[in-house]
Design a protein around this ligand. Structure first.
Ligand SMILES: Cc1cc2nc3c(=O)[nH]c(=O)nc-3n(C[C@H](O)[C@H](O)[C@H](O)COP(=O)(O)OP(=O)(O)OC[C@H]3O[C@@H](n4cnc5c(N)ncnc54)[C@H](O)[C@@H]3O)c2cc1C
Length: 503
């Protein structure tokens, strides 16, 4: 065995890097192995033709600098602990929704302004709207007052229970409810309920009935408090700062280092084997890969295989990255948009268009007079299986499909088709290949009605093998996998005798 460390992390996504950074800062030695030459996975940036694109994520929570306003500002707390700075730009509108029948709704940072827009369209539902969004506020108030930690750590649970017994009990009770069920208690209007489903779908890729109320309490409330903030330099600024933090405290992130196997001896993880044969040993191993990739690919033991159907598999994405003539973007255009042409198709593949224009907030991402756009829709690998990825047919099919989506975006950006100067497309196969994600999936989802606490935590069936990232509680999203990294690091640090302080 070559190098040794206290903890090896497989994968330099936000979940893995957060785990490593917090452990390293606490004095536990870490090595992160990342298969790519850049950090961040689904939250990375790439350069092409003078543009810097967000590979995936671009709506960011958790950057509010004022700790007195609550505990959900995990990015701000972590970067302060690491002594690394990530400047951000406040986004005044989380998402601008464009829906059928002229239902057009920007979700303003200012909560009252957002609610006033809803009251105007649904005056008959004013009381219901207020009650539903107040219910989300009450969940948010609880979550925002509790420190982040591991739900598998009895010392943490006891501390939270002793400090805030009523809040902890109330939160436990609220985990029994879904976002959609709660909405339907207060609201009857079908168009409004569809919007609430779309609000959920925008981050969870499931309707509101399948989404836990507690998740909604963060996503739909914190946007009006901590707000949405975009890192200067693009999404890649977040993982790059985490890498800086890891290295600052003596840890290392080894790029172009794919882990082929977790080495298990006597039922416990003791290290990893890299592609090429190098073996590295550690006291604990953390996988930042998905649950399917971890247990069906890099843990080579049939006892731990995970049947694909154990979880609902979220779809993957067809993504388009565009460099465009800046004249096509009008003044005051918001950064994030969601477009639905037909309610009957919003949750079908390609039915909802996700759109962002990051250079609207950070002009440094594009050459002068140009803009970067990211447009994506849900898709599956089977839709693209028939093509050889090096064939002209594959390129033509990608181009044709991309053009059909760009034509639909003309609804909010007339003239877009003629303004495109650079186009990069990515199928689910691309997503799978770059990030080692099973069928390019967004990750495992909860079964409708399943309690959010049933989501896998950080411990796994293999002793000393842990998991961090979007296959674990609380799920998908950059702030969610950051929480998962915090809880994973907290659990391991206590096991290794160096418990973390609360952030
Ligand atoms: C198109 C798209 C848009 C999104 N938009 C948003 C958004 O606006 N806001 C938001 O909050 N979230 C968004 N998300 C979700 C968010 O980006 C993810 O949930 C989150 O970044 C996942 O982080 P992770 O650490 O779990 O995994 P990943 O990002 O998948 O990182 C895992 C890392 O592990 C590496 N790896 C895997 N296997 C190995 C191996 N065997 N050896 C070495 N390295 C390995 C991969 O290369 C990768 O770098 C979006 C996701 C996508 C795809």
């Amino acid at each position: 065995m070559a190098e040794t460390a206290d903890v090896i992390v497989i994968g330099g996504g936000i979940g893995g890097l957060t785990t490593a950074a917090l452990l390293q800062e606490r004095g536990l030695s870490t090595i992160v192995f990342e298969k790519n030459s850049f950090p961040g996975g689904s939250c990375s940036s790439f350069r092409k033709g003078g543009y810097r694109f967000d590979a995936g994520a671009s709506v960011f929570y958790g950057f509010n600098e004022d700790d007195a306003r609550g505990t959900l500002n995990l990015h701000a707390r972590i970067f302060r602990k690491l002594g690394v700075s990530v400047p951000t730009i406040p986004d005044p509108v989380q998402i601008h929704y464009h829906m059928p029948a002229g239902f057009d709704l920007p979700v303003h940072y200012d909560r009252n302004r957002f609610l006033e827009c809803l009251y105007r369209r649904f005056p008959h539902e004013k009381d219901g709207i207020r009650s539903f969004y107040d219910e989300l506020e009450s969940v948010y108030d609880i979550l925002n007052s509790l420190p982040a930690g591991s739900l598998e750590d009895v010392v943490h649970l006891a501390a939270v229970g002793a400090r805030s017994p009523l809040k902890a009990a109330s939160l436990g009770f609220k985990t029994l409810f879904s976002m959609g069920g709660t909405a339907r208690r207060y609201i009857n209007d079908q168009e409004l309920l569809r919007f609430i489903d779309l609000e959920s779908y925008s981050w969870a890729v499931q309707d509101a009935s399948s989404t836990p109320l507690v998740n909604a309490g963060i996503c739909l409330a914190d946007r009006h408090h901590g707000g949405i903030n975009y890192p200067v330099g693009g999404s890649g600024a977040i993982p790059e700062a985490l890498v800086k933090g890891i290295e600052k405290f003596g840890g290392s992130v080894r790029f172009k280092s794919e882990v082929e196997q977790v080495i298990i001896e006597d039922g416990a993880a003791v290290g990893v084997r890299l592609k090429g044969g190098e073996e590295v040993r550690a006291r604990a191993v953390v996988s930042n890969a998905t649950v399917w990739d971890t247990f069906n690919r890099i843990v080579d033991d049939p006892r731990f295989k995970v049947p694909v159907e154990r979880f609902i598999q979220a779809p993957s994405w067809f993504q388009i990255y565009l460099g465009v003539d800046g004249a096509v973007i009008p003044d005051g255009f918001h950064m994030h948009h969601i477009i639905v042409d037909d309610w009957a198709r919003y949750d079908e593949y390609g039915g909802t268009i996700y759109f962002s224009a990051p250079s609207v907030l950070d002009p440094g991402l594009a050459p002068a007079g140009k803009h970067t756009l990211h447009v994506f829709v849900t898709a599956e690998t089977w839709q693209w299986d028939r093509y050889d990825r090096h064939s002209p047919e594959y390129l033509q099919a990608k181009e044709k499909y991309a053009r059909s989506i760009i034509a639909r975006v003309e609804k909010i950006l007339p003239g877009l088709q003629g303004a495109v100067e650079l186009m990069v497309t990515a199928t689910p196969q691309t997503h799978e290949r770059f990030l080692n994600r099973w069928e390019g999936s967004y990750g495992p989802l909860l079964i409708p009605g399943q309690n959010v606490l049933r989501k896998p935590q950080n411990r796994t069936p293999v002793k000393n093998l842990f998991a961090a990232g979007d296959s674990t509680f609380p799920g998908q999203g950059v702030i969610a996998v950051t929480y998962s990294g915090v809880s994973c690091a907290s659990y391991i640090a206590r096991q290794l005798g160096k418990p973390l302080d609360y952030l």
